[in-house]
Design a protein around this ligand. Structure first.
Ligand SMILES: Nc1nc2c(ncn2[C@@H]2O[C@H](COP(=O)(O)OP(=O)(O)OP(=O)(O)O)[C@@H](O)[C@H]2O)c(=O)[nH]1
Ligand SMILES: [Mg+2]
Ligand SMILES: [Zn+2]
Length: 338
């Protein structure tokens, strides 16, 4: 079981005690976790050590995708005693909770940003999702869904691909089956793919298609075109052919955590041009000798892309400041994700 979903020899060494059992968290429900193990699915409560660590740092609460060590007690209780170090983690700034991010999923190898082709995707949204994915340490992948509803799917895919250099863009449809084989191949070798994106864009439908079974609930989107949050829990589902998908609830707000790494990767073209600016701290606004604005004026860099970068930079500064202040700001909620 665990072999097929990314088990590494070093992990097995963490669970050698007679009463210890290695596992991977499939889902979390208020204080109990469901854990995949070689002895089947185990329900476990949280051990004292884990509870203490979580109190100090909420991002260390067990999360879907985590590898962990369980302990089986003589009275048949099972507790989660240790989380293994995460290789990747998708973390976003949590609404209202200062300082700490919210971990959306752990140990995904690929973070698939699921965006419907109908209605027409907004490139700024895709860039923002990709920045979040780069920060996780996993490989981002853009998956454009519902191609059956979009006659100009290929054109849109080209536009998206241009906005996110270094990231592959797949066009899929669960209705026609387009692209599903290619998507499935990405999991070869027992990789884990997390599905992230706004509600109603087809994450659970994709998970079901990869699984070959209607295991996860899906629902029609509302008449106003907005999703309605059918999925309410993050869930890791192993696939029959190996590998696993993590289905997640639709993202409402999408705060960036104060890390510039994700932005730099998403806007590598701007970072590259910026090295040619006269001033090292050029904001590409009104400074003289700005190579970035020059590229905009010659048409080498789309104006929209510079604006998206500036927007995200402002937001990042705002988040950093708020974290530094260490208290709840007046704007306690995440900015809504338009
Ligand atoms: N035409 C078409 N409809 C699709 C496709 N994929 C998903 N849908 C429909 O889109 C609606 C939403 O799909 P879901 O899979 O529930 O979306 P989700 O992203 O999981 O939504 P949340 O769980 O709310 O975050 C459902 O009615 C699906 O049948 C597709 O490829 N083509
Ligand atoms: Mg869903
Ligand atoms: Zn500049």
């Amino acid at each position: 079981m665990l072999e097929g979903i990314g088990l590494e020899p070093s992990m097995a060494r963490a669970a050698t005690a007679a009463d210890a059992l290695l596992g991977r968290v499939a889902r979390v429900d208020r204080g109990t976790v469901s854990v995949l193990t070689d002895a089947g699915l185990q329900r476990a409560s949280l051990g004292g050590g884990v509870l203490a660590t979580m109190a100090a740092d909420p991002t260390l609460a067990p999360c879907t995708g985590d590898w962990c060590v369980l302990r089986r007690w003589p009275d048949h209780r099972v507790t989660l005693e240790q989380l293994l170090a995460r290789r990747t983690a998708v973390v976003r700034r949590a609404a209202g909770r200062q300082g700490h991010g919210q971990v959306l999923c752990a140990n995904a190898d690929i973070v698939a940003l699921v965006v419907a082709l109908e209605p027409l995707p907004r490139l700024a949204r895709v860039e923002r999702l990709v920045a979040l994915a780069w920060q996780s340490g996993a490989q981002p992948l853009v998956v454009l869904t519902k191609s059956d509803l979009a006659p100009d799917a290929d054109q849109v895919a080209d536009d998206v691909a241009e906005a996110v250099p270094d990231v592959d863009v797949l066009v899929v449809s669960v209705r026609t089956g387009r692209g599903l084989d290619l998507l499935g191949e990405r999991l070869d070798g027992g990789l884990t793919m997390a599905l992230l994106g706004a509600s109603g864009h087809g994450k659970s439908s994709l998970a079901n298609a990869l699984l070959g079974a209607q295991r996860l609930a899906t629902r029609e989107i509302r008449e106003d075109g907005r999703g309605r949050h059918t999925t309410v829990r993050r869930e890791l589902v192993p696939l029959p052919a190996g590998g696993a998908v993590i289905d997640t609830p639709g993202l409402r707000g999408l705060g960036l955590l104060a890390s510039e790494a994700g932005l730099a990767r998403t806007f590598a073209d701007i970072e590259e041009l910026a090295r040619g600016c006269r001033f090292g701290d050029c904001a590409h606004d009104r400074e003289s000798g700005c190579r970035v604005r020059e590229a905009v004026s010659t048409g080498d860099l789309p104006q929209r892309r510079l604006e998206a970068w500036q927007h995200l930079q402002r937001e990042l500064r705002w988040a950093t400041k708020r974290r530094a202040e260490g208290r709840r700001g007046r704007a306690g909620r995440d900015r809504s994700w338009r």
